[in-house]
Design a protein around this ligand. Structure first.
Ligand code: NOJ
Ligand code: MG
Length: 538
């Protein structure tokens, strides 16, 4: 059994978690001071978004030194102290690796663009213009506009699947490959337990740089996501060769008992599965389809069933992320949205694999409501009218007061005007029935039931109706070896009445995401928008 099997993950967006020095930016000492909170919450592994030196064009996903630390966030010594403290508390630490692209201010790119025969020229992707002088092909950036920027000095274009300030590294170059092996080996040697790999499906491109098929009209004024989706991304992502890179990294990780977790943002299960199913590439991949369902049982059931059929133990199941609207907002907002989000997470906690909270999910936070002029995310700043990702990145409200215990200064991004004072960690601490205490209860229940921690078989108990239920059974049985997780997806189709489910054996209610659920013998009664964990007699 690997150390990550059965764990629960927690994403920390470093800028917005906890600011120790009053500059308005979250930082590593801030995180370190809050580690006891995370240990008490009951998560096991913490992924920290990029804290490397960076011009912050994409808030840290534009790295200018892969082995250093941005002074705003701390020092390399702060990382090792944080890791040591985390280990003492029984927590694992996963750092973010951004191998697809560097910052345009990374010394490699500064050198590469200095001349066509520079030492690092081939570390990036350069092509001659098309015959009409335009970009070499029709690829577009995830953040709007062409994926190519013209370099006057050399008369060539360089490729960037994100901002022009994030030039793509050339993974066809062996030196780039060797350099990243050295980078991950160094971080593992510094004690980190794993890496989260940014856009893990995008490192390699078609060697002939063919155009992507156009599948929808391209509207240059549409939000960047829509423009990106006007193409079938046949040639700029998800190329076969990428797995070979992870096979090499897996050997490096094995030396340190470290874990590779991929941000494989491919929503089709058949594409995603390739990254994990041979058990020689990534150890885990995020299953982002979980972030794209509405509050609709006919979306949730088939989506989870398809993924679990691949082998759910290979997946990390995010409730939220710093790139997508918060679950509470997506499921209707306010109290109802928060209640649904917690119910959904309860079911994710009953699946094989690693459920993941995004910071603040445990407080029932919804997206921050921001004034129009507050935009910081380059997606919003550079694409007028696009919502951007700021609302999900507002700082954590730790306690009531002007800086909400997040900062003693001015936060880099406002907290949001929507009643953050009601949703602080301090206000919820020790209050029975609060989102924080309910989330703690859930994670405690998961810890105490071996059937939910790994090795157990899965079987879906319902094929229709508003309840999605999964049975988990350990081959050897024993206490906590037979468990059901069940979610009643109410509301959407107007069905708010409690549902009943016949359980495969008599059960005991271990956890409910909200009041009103009960188990009598083999009958579970489940209110709408609620999920439970039930221990069955074997
Ligand atoms: C995915 C990250 O999660 C996102 O925040 C970032 O903007 C892109 N990759 C580019 O690195
Ligand atoms: Mg700070």
């Amino acid at each position: 059994m690997t150390w990550w099997q059965g764990t629960v993950g927690y994403e920390i967006y470093v800028r917005s978690f906890a600011d120790s020095d009053g500059d308005g930016f979250g930082d590593l000492p801030g995180i370190r001071a809050r580690l006891p909170y995370l240990a008490e919450l009951g998560v096991d592994l913490v992924w920290i978004t990029p804290f490397y030196p960076s011009p912050q064009a994409d808030h840290g996903y534009d790295v200018s030194d892969y082995l250093g630390v941005e002074p705003t966030y701390g020092t390399v010594d702060d990382v090792t102290k944080l890791v040591d403290d985390a280990h003492r508390l029984g927590l694992r630490v996963v750092v973010d690796l951004v191998p697809n692209h560097s910052s345009s201010e990374h010394p490699w790119f500064v050198d590469a663009r200095s001349s066509a025969d520079a030492r690092h020229r081939d570390w990036y992707v350069w092509r001659d213009p098309a015959p009409d002088g335009g970009p070499p092909n029709n690829w577009v950036s995830n953040f709007g506009g062409p994926a190519w920027t013209f370099d006057e000095a050399s008369g060539q274009y360089y490729m960037h699947l994100f901002l022009p300030e994030q030039p793509d590294l050339n993974w066809a170059n062996d030196e780039v490959r060797a350099e990243f092996v050295r980078i991950i080996d160094t971080w593992f040697a510094r004690g980190v337990d794993g890496i989260r790999i940014d856009v893990a499906h995008s490192l390699i491109e078609d060697e002939h740089f063919r155009d992507n098929p156009v599948i929808a009209p391209y509207d240059p004024t549409a939000p960047p996501g829509e423009r990106f989706n006007a193409f079938e991304h046949l040639h700029d992502q998800d190329q076969d060769g990428v797995l070979e890179i992870y096979r090499g990294w897996r050997e490096v990780a094995a030396k340190h008992d470290a874990m590779l977790l991929g941000e494989v943002y491919l929503l089709e299960t058949d594409r995603l599965r390739r990254y994990v199913e041979e058990r020689d590439g990534l150890h885990l991949a995020f299953a982002f389809a979980t972030l794209h369902s509405g509050w609709d049982v006919d979306e949730i059931r088939p989506m989870l069933a398809e993924l679990v059929a691949v082998g759910g133990e290979h997946f990390a199941w995010p409730l939220g992320s710093h790139d997508d609207p918060r679950a509470a907002t997506r499921f209707g907002g306010g109290e109802v949205g928060a209640r649904r989000a917690r119910a959904y997470f309860t079911l994710l906690c009953a699946l094989p694999g690693v459920p993941f909270l995004y910071q603040g999910d445990e407080l029932g936070l919804d997206d921050g409501v921001l004034e129009d002029d507050a935009a910081q995310d380059p997606v919003a700043v550079r694409n007028p009218g696009a919502a951007g990702r700021d609302p999900v990145r507002t700082p954590i409200p730790w306690e009531p007061g002007p800086g909400f215990g997040f900062t003693e200064g001015t936060p880099w991004l406002p907290f949001g005007t929507n009643r953050r004072d009601l949703h602080t960690a301090a206000a919820q601490q020790g209050v029975a029935g609060s989102p924080l205490e309910r989330t703690r209860d859930l994670l405690r229940a998961r810890r105490e039931l071996p059937a939910l921690r790994g090795g157990a078989a899965s079987r879906w108990l319902t094929e229709d109706g508003a309840v999605v239920a999964i049975e988990r059974t350990l081959p050897d049985g024993g206490p906590g070896g037979h468990v059901v997780g069940a979610l009643h997806v109410g509301g959407g189709d107007g069905d708010a009445t409690p549902a009943t489910l016949e359980l495969p054996a008599a059960g005991r209610l271990v956890y409910a995401s909200h009041d009103g659920a009960s188990v009598a013998g083999t009958v579970l009664t489940l209110p709408a928008d609620t999920a439970v964990i039930v221990e069955l007699s074997s």
